[in-house]
Design a protein around this ligand. Structure first.
Ligand SMILES: Cc1ncc(COP(=O)(O)O)c(C=O)c1O
Length: 389
């Protein structure tokens, strides 16, 4: 089994996280702890399955079969205790392409779509780029933990919101929504007939004792309003293979969604994406358990080091995902000073908080801890030295 302790050289492998550093940060000598992929090798069984498929030496148009569907069904049943109907699955190269297609298929120009910043930046553009209206229901921070403002959410639904894009678990604040919270969301969606696009791409990376619940699994009524978006990409570090899927609420919706995907030329995946879905879901579970243990160790390194420092940087403890939201609001610096100090003094590449929400992300940054623990230690050491200065 792969070791998560050793660092792997990814420079000049066309990895966005490394080879785009100059373009994004204006320098290429910083420790990249930004883009949400892992500096950790994928499961060996996946590599072997890809090599095996590559040996066939024919790479024509490829589709899925019952092996692909069953691999997904069994994975979701085992990991999330959710029995899905494989007839409702659609495939798409990515969760973001699917969100674009969902917005185009099921909402109309000027429709209001609710999102909860700070949130994954493309959530804004999948709404704006199709001339729909972004309605923000910012998450509320209470004792260094984020919660949903349900009163405002209900008001926004009452005011006519057409759809809600839920990030579950939530990138960047690391919340794994509880059954209680999900039930409240579901009740509101049902009451006001709001469509739910539930981005569950991070649902397999959950820290103990938290548990992910697919919101569509709560009851039949909410499943009829929900499109669940999942993928092995974050879980097994296979984002570059571009394979994801959507569990549609019913056949009619599936047909409409697939028509839109087809119109955009997104109706078919690359050959290796199907191999990735099958191999990771069939053979990757032990690897994933080991990964989660490593990520928990990395999380603890980062949180303890920052909490024991004099930097006044407050990490938000994640319940899932390998991304940690860092609160700089108690330091004495402006947002620009924070961004510049991290880049030019600490020389670590983090995601700028304001890209997740102009107001909610000011004085915040996001760090990616999916790397060997020695790299987390090095990154945190650089940050602490810079901000204690
Ligand atoms: C919440 C969330 N959704 C979607 C994506 C990207 O999905 P994809 O690459 O499948 O489009 C990410 C990547 O970081 C993410 O964090």
């Amino acid at each position: 089994m792969s070791s998560f302790k050793q660092s792997v050289d990814r420079e000049f492998t066309k990895a966005v996280k490394y080879d785009f550093r100059y373009r994004v940060f204006g320098r290429d000598d910083l420790l990249p702890m930004w883009v949400a992929d892992m500096d950790l090798p994928a499961p060996k069984a996946l590599q072997e399955a890809i090599i095996e498929r590559a040996k066939h030496n024919l790479y024509g148009y490829t589709t899925y079969d019952h092996h692909t569907l069953n691999a997904i069904k069994q994975w979701i049943e085992k990991r999330h205790q959710y029995a899905i109907d494989t007839n409702l699955i659609s495939f798409s190269p990515g969760v973001i392409p699917s969100l674009h297609a969902l917005v185009q298929s099921f909402t109309e120009e000027d429709d209001q779509i609710v999102i909860q910043p700070p949130v994954y930046p493309p959530f804004f553009s999948v709404i704006k780029n199709h001339n729909r209206t972004v309605v923000e229901n910012p998450l509320v921070q209470k004792n260094h933990r984020y919660e949903i403002n349900f009163e405002q959410l209900e008001q926004q639904f009452k005011n006519g919101a057409k759809a809600f894009i839920l990030c579950s678990p939530h990138n960047p604040v690391g919340r794994v929504w509880t059954i209680g919270e999900l039930n409240r969301i579901a009740e509101l969606c049902i009451k006001y007939k709001v469509l739910l696009f539930s981005d569950e791409i991070h649902s397999d990376i959950i820290f103990r004792p938290n548990k992910h619940t697919p919101i569509a699994s709560l009851n039949e009524e909410i499943s009829q309003l929900t499109f669940t978006l999942m993928a092995p990409s974050k879980t097994f570090n296979v984002a570059g293979l571009q394979g994801s899927y959507v569990i549609n609420p019913n056949q009619e919706a599936k047909k409409q969604f697939e028509k839109q995907l087809g119109n955009q030329g997104l109706g078919i995946l690359n050959t290796f994406a199907y191999t990735a879905i099958e191999a990771t879901y069939q053979y990757g579970e032990k690897w994933l358990e080991k990964l989660i243990t490593q990520l928990e160790e990395n999380r603890d390194i980062l949180i303890k080091s920052l909490n024991n420092s004099d930097t006044q940087i407050k990490p938000i403890t994640p319940e899932g995902t390998y991304l940690i939201w860092l609160d700089f609001s108690e330091t004495s610096y402006t947002h620009k000073e924070i961004v510049d100090k991290l880049k030019d003094e600490a020389k670590v590449g983090l995601n700028d908080g304001v890209t997740f929400g102009k107001d909610t992300g000011r004085l915040f940054m996001r760090i990616n801890i999916a790397c060997p623990p020695s790299i987390v230690e090095e990154g945190v050491k650089r940050i602490i030295e810079t901000f204690e200065r």
